[in-house]
Design a protein around this ligand. Structure first.
Ligand SMILES: Cc1cc2nc3c(=O)[nH]c(=O)nc-3n(C[C@H](O)[C@H](O)[C@H](O)COP(=O)(O)O)c2cc1C
Length: 253
């Protein structure tokens, strides 16, 4: 009888230990990074951005800094969604965005060069603000090539960042309207005003990304020093688009 009770007790103890120590093998869904193969042309719906945070605009301005060293941790899809929305997200029924735009003509386009983001396999994706979606345009890890296209000592940071946001612009969207005021007539450069506007807009959008990164506790910086034609080729930008900025983003080391 005692023996039977002992066997039962041992069995209960062993079962309890087994239950406690059982850790299910993470499902493919939970591993997430790099497991979902996305086809070129496929679009991924980004999660709805969050409109509240624990950090004030003043604190974000105070803390904003160019941060160039990152850990090798991935970004989440929510973080990517938030960063792209901050740059060019649509915030009004008529199409108004987070960043101002001369004549509401929106000349900027954004590409996301993905190295390490949950759900997304490595590649280049184009942001579609109207649907808040990312469309895959190229397969493969392009961070090395993008790093080489950057000029100067900061190539390593591009290679190590989880993602880089590449800003391009279609100048004609703005220059078609903004041309030939007095100054330009004097200099003969009829499209200068429109070109200036496009550059100003890239600055607005990039500053939004800087501040959003502070709020998410991520590091970023702007790169203006790069070989434009190479960057254009690397992200497979459209013929009429010109690259203006690269913003690597990663988790702060
Ligand atoms: C138009 C522009 C171009 C820039 N280009 C580069 C660049 O190519 N590489 C780089 O490391 N930082 C670049 N920066 C970042 C500046 O180096 C940085 O903003 C400056 O050192 C001040 O530091 P802070 O951003 O932390 O305040 C650029 C900044 C601006 C506004």
């Amino acid at each position: 009888m005692n023996k039977t009770i002992s066997v039962i007790v041992v069995a209960i103890v062993l079962t309890t230990i087994l239950i406690i120590s059982y850790k299910p093998e993470p499902s493919v869904e939970k591993k997430r990074i790099g497991v979902k193969k996305i086809e070129v042309g496929e679009r991924i719906k980004l999660p709805e951005p969050i409109y509240k945070s624990n950090i004030s605009v003043e604190e974000a301005l105070l803390k904003r800094r160019s941060i160039r060293t990152y850990s090798d941790e991935n970004l989440t899809i929510e973080e990517v969604s938030q960063l792209l929305w901050a740059a060019q997200g649509i915030t009004s029924p008529w199409g108004g965005r987070t960043a101002p735009s001369a004549g509401a003509l929106y000349p900027l386009e954004l590409y996301l060069v993905v190295g390490s983001v949950e759900w997304f396999d490595k590649g280049v994706y184009k942001y579609r603000p109207e649907e808040h979606e990312l469309e895959k345009v190229l397969d493969g890890d392009k961070r090395g090539e993008l790093a080489k296209a950057a000029i100067g000592p900061n190539q390593e940071h591009v290679r190590n960042a989880a993602v880089s946001i590449v800003f391009t612009a279609v100048y004609e969207r703005t220059t078609a309207k903004y041309k030939t005021p007095v100054y330009e007539e004097r200099t003969g450069a009829s499209y200068l005003r429109g070109i200036r506007y496009v550059h100003m807009e890239a600055g607005h959008a990039a500053q939004n990304v800087y501040l959003q990164a502070v709020s998410l506790d991520l590091g970023t910086f702007v790169i203006g020093a790069f070989v434009g034609d190479k960057v254009k080729e690397i992200v497979n930008a459209e013929e009429q688009e010109e690259p203006l900025y690269i913003m690597p983003v990663g988790r702060i080391d």
